[in-house]
Design a protein around this ligand. Structure first.
Ligand code: DAK
Length: 260
């Protein structure tokens, strides 16, 4: 049976925002290969769809995702790992060019935490808990957990989390810089969708360049990053939407962006 037939991802577009809901409630949304491939496929389609300006990824009230699927991983041998299709799916998810907000309630562990960190930022419900418990299974984070945690929360917290497998509460995750905002669990998705609609209402060329430049800052040293930003700024400034945005401001009207 194909992933699409399983409905492992529920997709719903409202306005310019696509919400993708992880849908394996019986396994606390554990990320099996089929689910990951379907998620990557949904994003690939959204990438080409100009009517989508931003994406929200969410799970259930109980779990954003409790990690990679341990039952599936238990069946994988070294050859399977060598040919692991999840690797490409993770890379595709991470390089999606439009903004993604992760709306996280409940367990956000292992690969679940890694997926949330692939988003541009995380909005968490009070009941959310974050962790990289792979070490407790004799393995280690395999989808960027060590690298992204180090950049988001710094060495002390990142190593404490990855080496002990301890979880952070939503409040602790906020203090550590892992999440952008904490709210009541029942408000998480609405809040993420509202912010995604706001972002999606802006000029797509500017939004994509901001995401790209912010990500670049994680890869290069300051001077290179500043040069990259300068070039991007010039490209964005040559867009028609730049003229529209400034003209709309000066004439006290709402801009209408054309993605040009
Ligand atoms: N995988 C598969 N099934 C899971 C699961 C998981 N990660 N987490 C939970 N489930 C399943 C449980 O087995 C149970 O199913 P049944 O036994 O009823 O069939 C059901 O979900 C409900 O779980 P519990 O009964 O355990 O629920 P509790 O509320 O008591 O406990 C829990 C919730 C989240 C504390 C507990 O389920 C738990 O500790 N889960 C495992 C958390 C974990 O260790 N996560 C890290 C997994 S390793 C890679 C990319 C990524 C990764 C690796 C490689 N490459 C690209 C190479 C990532 C690795 C990981 O994430």
């Amino acid at each position: 049976m194909s992933a699409a037939q399983d409905n492992l991802i529920l997709a719903a577009q409202v306005g310019r925002v696509l919400t993708l809901t992880l849908n394996r409630p019986q396994a606390l949304n554990a990320l099996n290969t089929a689910l990951l491939l379907e998620l990557a496929q949904q994003l690939a389609t959204a990438e080409q769809n100009d009517s989508i300006g931003a994406v929200v990824i969410t799970g259930s009230q109980k779990a954003f995702a409790a990690g990679a699927d341990v039952k599936e991983m238990a069946q994988m041998n070294a050859v399977d790992l060598h040919r692991d299709p999840r690797v490409q799916a993770w890379a595709d998810i991470a390089r999606f060019s439009k903004p993604i907000i992760a709306a996280v309630n409940g367990f956000c562990l292992g690969g679940g935490c890694e997926l949330a960190m692939c988003a541009d930022y995380i909005i968490a419900g009070h009941n959310a808990s974050f962790g990289q418990p792979e070490v407790k299974l004799g393995i280690m984070p395999g989808a960027g957990g060590t690298q992204r945690l180090m950049r988001l929360v710094g060495p002390a917290k990142a190593k404490q989390m990855a080496l002990t497998g301890a979880t952070l509460s939503a409040k602790q995750a906020l203090q550590a810089g892992l999440v952008a905002e904490v709210c009541p669990a029942e408000a998480t998705l609405d809040k993420a969708q509202a912010q995604a609609q706001q972002i999606a209402s802006y000029a797509p060329i500017a939004v994509a360049a901001i995401k790209d430049c912010c990500n670049k800052a994680l890869d290069v040293e300051l001077n290179q990053g500043l040069q990259y930003e300068r070039r991007s700024y010039c490209v964005v400034s040559s867009s028609e939407d730049r003229n529209e945005g400034i003209d709309a401001f000066l004439n006290k009207r709402k801009p209408t962006y054309q993605n040009r």
